[in-house]
Ligand binder design. Structure first.
Ligand code: 13P
Ligand code: SF4
Length: 312
């Protein structure tokens, strides 16, 4: 492929993973933020919503999840009969850790009957006491689907403020959570990038702060941004999300130019998943992520409601 070199995956590693996956009747799922070599051995690469949908529809007995803990939990909520293995047991999500069920329960008591919309980037026990979940791909549509004017949206404040801007008829009450990878971007850097590349379209994930989103032409989930970059007649882009999306963007459009901020946008947890972890997960079928049945059944209602709402 001219213009973009694919990451090298040793052929013996690729073959070993394919053989083990077939023996184990396993499907390997990877989030876009994982390393390019993980994309290359995965059966399916997607955003949070796409991965949940793929987990739910896959006939595989085993799911090897290359992503972070809440994603494997969501797969466990949706697929209780499958063995869900998180390739790297240390891959957590700091934003998901910014909310715990006790704190949400206390806020719900204060807000007396206000529905709770929870981003999937949250613990299963928090989903279990939420009314509905969303991902960045359907947050606006899920918000619009709710009855009543006031909604508590947790845990990502930046996503909640973005949704509030698009759904002004609601009063969105926020939670003070954020994604460190996206939240650390600062406006002066983006303004300088825009000045340096005036012809470039700015693509941003809604986990960025409102001032950054105010400069973006396209705000969407990772799959939405990747699709836009492939379909746009534009030739140059400033990409404001985790750098893992650059692999599919460059692979889809080797002749287009993708600029990134000097502040590195790298999720250290997503990057923990290695090819060695995938091999080990397939060999040992561990570490398993299994949501306890009581929590699972309670969380399933909120997750299924989310799955019924199409992408924005
Ligand atoms: P999406 O997968 O919805 O684009 O969200 C990005 C993210 O931060 C996942 O952790
Ligand atoms: Fe969590 Fe942000 Fe990493 Fe996504 S990119 S897993 S929200 S820390």
């Amino acid at each position: 492929m001219p213009g973009y070199a694919l990451p090298a995956v040793p052929v013996e590693v690729r073959e070993k993973i394919a053989r083990l996956a077939s023996e184990r009747q396993a499907v390997i799922l990877s989030h876009y933020y994982c390393r390019p070599e993980i994309h290359e051995v995965a059966h399916f690469v997607g955003d949070s919503l796409g991965l949940s949908q793929e987990a739910a529809r896959s006939p595989a007995k085993v799911i090897i999840f290359c992503g972070v803990h809440f994603m494997a939990e969501t797969a466990s909520i949706l697929c209780p009969d499958k063995t869900v293995v998180l390739a790297n047991s240390g891959a957590g999500c700091p934003m998901a850790d910014m909310i715990v069920p006790e704190a949400l329960a206390a806020r719900k008591r204060e807000l007396e009957g206000v529905p709770v919309l929870t981003y999937v980037n949250s613990p299963a026990a928090v989903k279990a006491i939420s009314d509905v979940c969303c991902t960045s791909a359907n947050a606006v549509a899920v918000m619009r689907s709710l009855e009543g004017r006031r909604v508590l949206m947790t845990p990502d404040r930046n996503l909640a403020l973005h949704v509030q801007g698009l759904v002004p008829e609601k009063e969105v009450i926020t939670w003070p959570g954020f994604c460190p990878t996206h939240h650390r971007l600062r406006l002066p850097e983006i303004l300088a990038l825009r000045e340096a590349f005036p012809g470039a379209e700015i693509l941003a994930h809604p986990e960025c702060q409102p001032g950054i989103l105010g400069e973006a032409q396209v705000i969407a989930s990772t799959s939405g941004l990747i699709r836009h970059a492939a379909e746009s007649p534009g030739r140059e882009f400033i990409v404001l999300t985790e750098e893992g999306v650059l692999h599919p963007m460059r692979k889809n459009s080797p002749d287009k130019v993708f600029h990134t901020p000097a502040t590195p946008m790298i999720c250290p947890n997503m990057k923990k998943n290695s090819l060695g972890d995938v091999v080990s997960a397939l060999e040992t079928l561990s570490p398993v992520v299994k949501v306890p049945e009581g929590t699972r059944l309670a969380a399933l209602r909120a997750v299924e409601r989310m799955m019924a709402v199409p992408r924005d």
